[in-house]
Design a protein around this ligand. Structure first.
Ligand code: NAI
Length: 705
């Protein structure tokens, strides 16, 4: 078992969590609040202890653990940092997305650090807090990775300015766990013994909650919304009922450092604590940066292209600003001014850019644009095919020259620049390509057959580039913008025109150009701050022949509803997948044959009987899908859907399992026969769990012998 390298940078989430005032109060009780701090426990004028955030997004932590493939037998929560951007509402929804940002190697005997970073927003997208967690994988060191940067928090030698004494109760973890962390280690005496502890231990994050309360009451009493940053390192186990002292040193205006000490043993249980508070939010470096990257933006002398070029350059990207400086319908050209002006703007704020005046509609023009990037900046990483013209006419009046001119700039233009750029990206193992389509192409627009055809042609081109570029880390996506520009000044109604600054489209395009973007083959609409995805969805279809005889048009007419049905719709990544499904439609086994194939020697029996062992009383509020993948002879895949206190077991792969369990058939049977315990199987690597790790702990409860 080793840390999974590919997991770095892969998006985790969105993980959503709805909560009410009851959850806020339950958390406060779990971290020791009571009558002395009524604001935290009484729904009237309720205030949220900011560290509630971590308990409420506990699922993110399990995802980081599972995605990294850390050896769970050696897993500890090492460090925790929370940065608060806005006060946490007393009820609502947390939407968390994040990623594993890094692994650090402490050495073979010492272990590894896994860094996960998540940003949590409310249901409307308002950024609430950033959560940076360090997991300590005691058994994963020695993989040859870099050592962690050392940024210790300096604790002064002098006596602390505040000492807050607390007495967590003997039952503290029993209350705290109801806020999300139901790991057995904090409740099950046998499990705790098996893991090498005398008894269930306190959750480190529960002690952290005590510390958060203590820092607030000492430094900004009654104003939890002032907490800006809260950070610490977990250093020693604490047992429930052991008294603690939170020692706090004020180090600067709005800043303090802290540690938690076990009063009985004098051991430091949480160290390196930092507490920042006040009215000014902590400044965060943007995650999406382009340092060292080189971009080409075609048609960047004005409108959307200019916005992309400026924003990329502001974030450290070197930009080739291409524009031939023609008129809106593509006539004229050869005017260097628009591109040069944008370059001047970029240089004025210290960015790097070079102008290019070539025509994308010619093969030579495309080659020269790419050459400009290579000659000036040594490579091309990012290409935004944005240049465009309009020659609108109803189809009946569409002359060949207007048809060809529009296809020439949009579709051929994208080919002319992308081909030489793709070769360089392939060589360098990195590329981000953005095509510019239009709602006119995706949905149709009167008077724009030439434009619609060209714009949908770009979608087709992307569909295949995404496949050919995939293994070279070249991602291709398409954006359908809506923006105020000279192309739309007489098309958009004035009030819409005013609301549609190109600056609203740029963030999406910039994300699609970033290292972080892992999406490929997507189409997005963007305008006025509204974003959504458009996709080609294919319906399940129907077979209208049984012995190979040709159906009649009448058969089509009679079955049109089935042919047309789109649900359940499927998006295909490539042609073969769709053809595969069409073939599968002919070869679906008759139900009886399928049942016979299921009947594995013994693993199958277990799943056949699984529903009978289900305990509905234990499943109140549970909504999970367990996917079992049992390898080897007699194995197979089964899934169990537990919802509304019912259980449905079926053979095969569920599309969206909550928790996936992988085991070899003999190990699985040994576990079923109680020859090995689940914990044993888990720590010895025989039982692998991915997805929501914590939910796997429900299995024992939900199914009785
Ligand atoms: P714009 O007219 O301000 O920008 C297009 C730029 O492309 C111009 O500066 C023009 O000089 C340049 N250009 C034209 N032909 C060229 C060629 N052969 N070689 C090099 N440069 C050339 O228009 P806007 O709105 O910024 O359009 C950008 C892209 O977005 C276009 O592809 C357009 O079709 C697309 N689009 C725009 C929408 C909008 O609402 N503004 C809606 C849907 C798509």
């Amino acid at each position: 078992m080793a840390l999974k390298k590919e997991a770095i940078g892969k998006k985790i989430g969105p993980i959503t969590k709805e909560y009410t005032w009851r959850d806020v109060v339950l958390y406060a009780l779990g971290v020791g609040a009571g009558f002395d701090e009524l604001d935290y426990v009484y729904e009237k004028d309720l205030k949220v202890i900011p560290s509630f955030s971590i308990a409420a997004i506990f699922d993110f932590l399990s995802h980081v653990g599972a995605e990294s493939n850390v050896n769970l037998a050696g897993l500890l929560h090492g460090e925790q940092e929370l940065i608060f951007h806005n006060p946490i509402p007393t009820e609502g929804k947390f939407v968390t997305t994040g990623r594993i940002t890094n692994y650090y190697d402490l050495g073979e005997k010492k272990g590894a650090l896994i860094i996960g970073k998540g940003v949590t927003r409310d249901a409307k997208g308002k950024k609430l807090f950033t959560n940076i967690m360090t997991l300590f994988g005691r058994k994963d060191g020695g993989f040859g990775g870099e050592a962690p940067p050392k940024k210790p928090v300096e604790i002064p030698e002098r006596e602390p300015d505040f000492v807050v004494e607390e007495q967590p109760s003997k039952n503290q973890p029993l209350v705290y766990r109801l806020s999300g962390d139901i790991f057995q280690l904090h409740v099950d005496p046998e499990f705790a013994k098996m893991s090498g502890f005398e008894m269930p231990i306190m959750h480190g994050l529960c002690t952290l909650g005590f510390a958060c309360r203590a820092c607030i009451s000492s430094l900004c009493p009654g104003q939890p919304e002032k907490v800006r940053r809260f950070k610490c390192r977990f250093s020693k186990t604490l047992y429930p009922g052991q008294p603690i002292k939170i020692l706090i040193w004020k180090t600067a205006d709005g800043e303090a450092v802290w540690r938690v000490v076990n009063t009985q043993t004098n051991d430091t249980v949480i160290d390196q604590g930092l507490f920042v508070y006040g009215d000014t939010p902590v400044e965060m470096e943007p995650e999406v940066l382009y340092n060292g990257r080189v971009a080409i933006v075609t048609g960047a002398g004005g409108g959307l292209g200019r916005a992309y070029a400026l924003e990329l350059a502001k974030r450290g990207c070197k930009v080739v600003v291409n524009d031939l400086g023609g008129s809106r319908d593509g006539s004229g050209g050869g005017d260097a001014t628009p591109a040069q002006k944008v370059v001047d703007e970029i240089k004025a704020f210290g960015g790097e850019a070079v102008a290019n005046y070539d025509n994308v509609a010619t093969v030579e023009g495309g080659a020269n644009i790419v050459k400009t990037a290579v000659d000036n900046f040594g490579k091309v990483d990012i290409l935004i095919n944005n240049a465009g013209i309009l020659r609108d006419k109803s189809f009946i009046k569409m002359e060949p020259e207007n048809w060809q001119a529009v296809l020439g700039v949009h579709l051929n233009g994208a080919y002319n620049v992308t081909k030489p750029a793709f070769a360089i990206m392939k060589e360098n193992g990195f590329g981000r390509i953005v095509m510019t389509t239009s709602a006119a192409g995706i949905y149709g627009n009167f008077g724009q057959t030439n434009y619609s055809a060209a714009k949908m042609g770009l979608v087709g081109m992307m569909n295949t580039i995404k496949l050919e570029g995939g293994k070279y880390n070249i991602k291709a996506n398409t954006v359908a913008p809506l923006a105020a520009s000279r192309l739309t000044e007489d098309v958009l109604p004035p009030d819409l025109f005013e609301k549609s600054s190109p600056a609203f489209v740029a963030p999406l395009v910039l994300y699609l150009c970033s290292d972080q973007c892992q999406e490929s083959g997507r189409i997005y609409n963007a305008g006025m701050g509204f974003f959504n995805r458009a996709a080609l969805v294919t319906g399940p279809g129907v077979v209208l022949t049984s012995q190979g005889e040709f159906p009649e048009p009448d058969d089509i007419k009679a079955n049109l509803a089935k042919v047309e049905k789109l649900a359940p719709g499927k998006e295909y990544w490539e042609l073969n997948a769709q053809v595969g499904d069409a073939l599968m439609a002919f070869s679906a086994p008759p139900p009886q044959a399928a049942a016979a194939a299921d009947a594995g020697p013994s693993v199958g029996d277990f799943f056949n009987e699984m529903e009978a062992h289900f305990v509905p009383e234990a499943a109140a509020g549970v909504d999970v899908v367990f996917q079992y993948n049992i390898s080897g002879s007699g194995g197979g895949s089964w899934y169990a859907i537990v919802k509304d206190q019912t259980c449905k077991v079926a053979k095969g792969q569920h599309e969206k399992p909550t928790t996936t369990i992988d085991m070899a058939a003999p190990d699985f049977m040994a576990m079923m026969k109680k020859q090995i315990t689940p914990m044993n199987a888990y720590t010895s690597g025989k039982l692998k769990i991915s997805g929501d790790l914590m939910k796997s702990q429900l299995i024992e409860k939900l199914f009785k012998e």
